[in-house]
Design a binder for this molecule. Structure first.
Ligand SMILES: Nc1nc2c(ncn2[C@@H]2O[C@H](COP(=O)(O)OP(=O)(O)OP(=O)(O)O)[C@@H](O)[C@H]2O)c(=O)[nH]1
Ligand SMILES: [Mg+2]
Length: 325
């Protein structure tokens, strides 16, 4: 519960009474209620489960667009340009910026930057930064709960910006409906590194900084790398953008819409089930990791010794721990 602010007479009757009350107000587009719900869900406060439950009947409309790629590729700038485009066609846009502590461009302020340039005073844009601290190398489960809050808040598209390093990229693949992988010329070895992970999850590849020298070369490199994948799966579009000017954004969003219409055609529950599965997997991993770290599981030494001796696979030891959890 949030106390009434004595400073603002308008808020006099605005106390959040019950989770149902909060959600009703989120559904009606009340910004303060949305901010409240998002904060409660992010923190996983005691009322969070009730909020999530109250939201359930209203979820599954938003399209979650994952935007990932190496630090400095221009993801946040692209998010800004996409917001601008979506607002011009009257779509409501939610943004979740994960891992705002990227070292390259001083990303700690990225959420603020998006807010300042694109979202100020616009009730149809909502931007939230989430720290991925505490979830080393992974997307925090809080992001999934915040997605639900924004979905309930009737945002048509939710942009989920994450830095594509380590576990993040895999998590984005699990959680997003459509995945954009952003690269840019001049990122050095990153294209090489991308081949292993990011290329595999992309629905659309974006070469940003199209105004920079080397953009064409980067596109060719990616097309080459993707041709290996193309033989086994769908053809992945490779599109060029200049996020700073908005060039190529309309074409990019056209490609997003093409995939989006397929995504929307699938049953809502199927999409949401995917996110639930991700949460369960995270919880299971955390549970097992916690048990191991705490050393609280009886027989942990025996399991460790068996793994050391080569008589038990680590995977089977993990299964054993899950069974006992
Ligand atoms: N020339 C040019 N510069 C761009 C373009 N897009 C982004 N930039 C610049 O590239 C730098 C990094 O942009 P960001 O949007 O912060 O990149 P990011 O991928 O979000 O970075 P992190 O969040 O730190 O991973 C900024 O200085 C941008 O102004 C572009 O299309 N052309
Ligand atoms: Mg950024």
């Amino acid at each position: 519960m949030v106390a009434n602010s004595p400073l603002n007479p308008k808020d006099r009757n605005a106390a959040f009474k019950t989770p149902e009350d909060v959600i009703a107000r989120v559904l009606s587009g009340e910004r303060r209620a949305l901010a409240h719900a998002v904060t409660e869900l992010e923190r996983l406060s005691p009322t969070a489960p009730a909020l999530l439950q109250a939201m359930q009947p209203h979820l599954g409309n938003a399209l979650v667009l994952g935007i990932t790629g190496p630090p400095g590729a221009g993801k946040s700038t692209l998010v800004n340009a996409i917001i601008k485009h979506l607002r011009s066609i009257n779509k409501r846009v939610g943004v979740i910026a994960v891992d705002p502590s990227s070292p390259v461009s001083g990303g700690a302020i990225l959420g603020d930057r998006i807010r300042m340039t694109a979202a100020l005073d616009d009730n149809d844009v909502y931007v939230r930064s989430l720290a991925s601290r505490g979830y080393l190398g992974g997307l925090s489960p809080a992001a999934v709960r915040v997605i639900d809050a924004l979905d309930a808040g009737r945002f048509d598209i939710i942009l989920l910006e994450t830095v594509g390093t380590g576990q993040n990229e895999i998590d984005v693949a699990e959680v997003a409906d459509i995945r954009l992988v952003i690269s840019a010329p001049g990122l050095g070895d990153d294209i090489q590194a991308m081949k292993s992970g990011l290329l595999e999850i992309a629905d659309i590849m974006v070469v940003n900084k199209g105004d920079r020298e080397g953009a064409e070369r980067t596109m060719h490199q990616l097309l080459g790398a993707l041709s290996i994948r193309a033989s086994t799966g769908n053809k992945i579009p490779v599109l060029k953008t200049t996020a700073t000017t908005g060039e190529g954004i309309a074409e990019l969003m056209q490609a997003v819409e093409t995939i989006g219409s397929q995504v929307r055609a699938a049953p809502k529950t199927e999409r949401r089930r995917k996110r639930a599965r991700y949460l369960i997997a995270r919880a299971a991993a955390d549970l097992v990791a916690g048990r191991i770290k705490g050393g609280s599981t009886s027989g942990l030494n025996e399991l460790s010794d068996a793994v050391l001796a080569g008589t038990l696979r680590p995977e089977d030891a993990a299964k054993q721990l899950l069974k006992d959890a």
